[in-house]
Ligand binder design. Structure first.
Ligand SMILES: [Zn+2]
Length: 412
């Protein structure tokens, strides 16, 4: 006999707060893969899953899977996210996508809900790439886009391998997540942008995850005395870099009229970096994203062309090194439509949108039908102690996720 399913806002919020105490220093979260805080957070979450009658297993790279059985032996419906953080991160990034599903299982248990398909909740290792330098690491391995051996051999700055780090916290397992067999995958996550918050919308249904490219662009001129070198006799690398940043903004804005283009100079290293010295060398960290692959490549090639033209006009030398290229990912339209139905049944507001940030769901999308659900980030802030999603917003997102998972775990 199934009773009414009640998602308990207080219990959900208490779990988020309790997990948020692990690895917290002065309000900032520091839960890096393989750290003591990571171990304690994993132990806490595993304890909660087990207390909710789930069977918990760990794979070779420390990904955790908690399984709730179904009535029939059919491919599972999978949900989940991550609990590692960036240095000085927040309590919601990743966490809501793990503890929302935990609350759903608790609510289903309380209401004696039996699903046809099993429900699996996964917790991916090293999503942020903070310690071992590769983001989305756990899901890359779980979807066989990266070999476990290669991942386990990755080293942190002190030469400690992922294998050693996981062994030291007791999360080196042998299970298989079997994501390729999943009937569906949904990740709930905080938006990490301002769109939902500004438009007072309860949930975002993500249809596309933007492609991401990173580049190191270096301009080299000549370091000279700022007092004794006349303006006409300078080869100032900084003004070249500055001109490039402005050109990138113009190019990205132009492409953004017809696509979801964003371009950012997020990092600069000035050498020698003295107030009374003309900069001889500037190294820029450039991030260009787009949901459309063709636009992405066009923006990158016009930025390259501008860098070349600016360097030659200013008699600078320049170098362009591409460091990262992730192509845009279409999520499953079928899962998006299921999420729209779920949100309409719950009576909450929603919008279809894109994700400018990478998520584990984009790796899963390569092997199974995958979707994503965003909940609002206050003022769009994330990767910061200021990151906040209200109890009401987490609750609404979890209700929508519950409704979608309940439909998807019905077989046939
Ligand atoms: Zn995240």
């Amino acid at each position: 006999m199934t009773n009414e399913i009640v998602i308990r806002k207080d219990r959900l919020w208490d779990s988020i707060q309790a997990l948020g105490e692990i690895g917290e220093v002065d309000g900032a979260m520091m839960r890096v893969t393989g750290s003591d805080a990571d171990r304690r957070a994993r132990d806490r979450v595993v304890g909660w899953f087990e207390a909710a009658d789930m069977d918990v297993a760990v794979d070779a790279v420390g990904n955790i899977v908690a399984r709730r059985v179904g009535r029939v032996d059919a491919p599972p419906v999978v949900t989940g996210s991550h609990i590692d953080t960036v240095p000085a991160g927040g309590k919601f990034d990743g966490t809501v996508g793990v503890l929302g599903p935990l609350e759903i299982v608790r609510a289903w248990n309380a209401a004696n809900v039996e699903t046809d398909r099993p429900l699996h909740v996964v917790v991916f290792t090293e999503e942020e790439g903070t310690r071992f330098g590769t983001g989305l690491l756990g899901s890359l391995v779980a979807t066989e886009r990266l070999q476990a051996d290669k991942a386990l051999a990755l080293e942190d700055e002190d030469g400690v391998t992922l294998a050693e780090a996981l062994r030291s916290i007791g999360y080196d397992g042998t299970a298989e997540l079997g994501l390729a067999d999943a009937a569906a995958f949904i990740e709930m996550h905080v938006e990490q942008g301002p769109i939902l918050d500004r438009s007072d919308t309860a949930v975002g249904i993500v249809e596309t995850v933007a492609g991401i490219t990173h580049h190191r662009v270096t301009f080299e001129g000549e370091a000279d005395h700022a007092g004794n070198t006349p303006m006409a006799m300078r080869r100032d690398a900084y003004v070249g870099a500055a001109e490039f940043a402005l050109e990138l903004e113009r190019t990205a804005r132009r492409h953004a009229e017809t696509s979801n283009t964003v371009g950012t100079v997020g990092k600069s290293k000035v050498t020698p970096n003295g107030t009374n010295v003309i900069p001889g060398r500037v190294e820029l960290g450039v991030d260009i994203r787009d949901t459309d692959d063709e636009h992405l490549h066009e923006t990158v090639s016009s930025a390259r062309e501008h860098a070349r033209a600016i360097a030659s006009k200013r008699e600078l030398s320049h170098q362009w090194q591409s460091l990262l290229e992730v192509t845009p990912t279409e999520l499953s339209p079928d899962i998006s439509n299921r999420l729209v139905e779920a949100v309409q049944n719950c009576g909450h507001t929603y919008r279809r949108m894109l994700s400018g940030a990478g998520h584990d769901a984009m790796n899963v999308a390569a092997v199974a039908p995958a979707g994503m659900l965003f909940v609002p980030s206050r003022d769009g802030i994330s990767h910061s102690p200021e990151e906040y999603t209200s109890p009401e917003d987490v609750y609404m997102g979890t209700r929508v996720l519950e409704a979608a998972l309940r439909e998807l775990t019905r077989s046939g």
